[in-house]
Design a protein around this ligand. Sequence first.
Ligand SMILES: Cc1cc2nc3c(=O)[nH]c(=O)nc-3n(C[C@H](O)[C@H](O)[C@H](O)COP(=O)(O)OP(=O)(O)OC[C@H]3O[C@@H](n4cnc5c(N)ncnc54)[C@H](O)[C@@H]3O)c2cc1C
Length: 390
Amino acid sequence: MTETEFDVVVIGGGAVGMACAYYLRCMDPACRVAVVERDPAYREASTPRASGGVRRLFARPENIALSNFGIPVFENFATLMAVDGEQPDIGFRRGGYLFIVPPAAVETLRRNFERQRAMGANVHFLTPAALGDKFPSMVVDDLGGAVHSPDDGWLDPHATLMALRRKAGALGASLVKGEAVGIEVAGGLVRRVRLADGAALAAGAVVNAAGAWAQRVCDMIGMKTPITPLRRFEHYFECEEPIEALPYLKDVNRLAFRPEGRGYSGGVPTLAEPRGFNLEADLDYFERVVWPALAHRFPQFERTRCKATLPGLYDQNDLDANPIIGPWSGHCENFYMAAGFSGHGLMHAPGTGRAIAELILRGRFETIDLTRLGWARIERGEPYAEEGIL
Ligand SMILES: Cc1cc2nc3c(=O)[nH]c(=O)nc-3n(C[C@H](O)[C@H](O)[C@H](O)COP(=O)(O)OP(=O)(O)OC[C@H]3O[C@@H](n4cnc5c(N)ncnc54)[C@H](O)[C@@H]3O)c2cc1C
């Protein structure tokens, strides 16, 4: 059996795990970091299957702050993630975000808008008439209002992950191919991560960045979380008739889509989906659920055609659809959670990586206080959920 010693072992090499490694190495080049990833081709991982949306349109200040931190990082990715002078292109497109709501949800939308604005986001409140002027193809009769954030947008998730991975490696993080199958705890602290091939990594701290598989890692130390795998589909579809340039659009019924190439990418995630590691594509879902929602909002989509359906897994936190970030307080202080993102993990990877690095290296949050996203609320069973559009 080979054993290697690390200050931090990160389990899971998706966007979140790689961002943790990146910030740990940036903040302390002496910190010995390993990222354990069982499949460096990322065949089932959520990151490459994501839609790539990045937005400041949230209700909770922590989520707005994570986006305020992360989006400028993505905008500067070419410089920040350059390796040997090679600058990655993550296709960041500042196409804007648009939340549209019926009259009953306008009050919540306006409250969130005020908070986003107070926190520095460039956001605009639109009446249905103003919305109709801006996007003449959109049916607005049944709407009460909208918020447009022109500085938000989308990026290429796979390119983003590859850039993070390459940079974390270049900064000196050890990228270990292997599956974590056990965690040894002694004296109330994690001590060692065991891999399927028999190797063991001694660890000063362990970060659980295993995404939809996070609960399986928690099982290794007897920790029960509400994080479950939730399947959702990303569809690529085209439209026969022209529509004006659209931002990333979302409504209260969870219709979410954006321009992609000659067409559009998006879907309608549902919480009614049974939880589990199901990566089968339901080829009727688009016709049944997504198409009616699209055609209702834009008559041009009456004649749309779905060309591809890609299933992926959310690491869904069934308590409140927000992540668990921070140590397993009161149980195992050097076991850190960075999972449960419920559909926001790519955009919040930089802020989470930074936060985890601060906790481990400095013992406290310095950039964004994420205390309310920590373990305590889970233990108390007190949800800290978003309000309005998810
Ligand atoms: C269809 C879809 C659309 C989405 N759209 C967006 C969006 O627009 N914007 C956004 O911000 N987010 C979006 N998300 C969510 C986003 O994809 C996730 O929140 C984010 O990618 C999570 O990153 P991660 O690194 O935690 O997980 P992952 O990318 O899943 O990485 C976890 C890794 O852990 C590895 N692993 C697991 N267990 C072990 C083990 N025991 N040992 C070793 N390795 C292990 C896995 O192989 C995997 O590679 C979307 C998700 C889906 C499915």
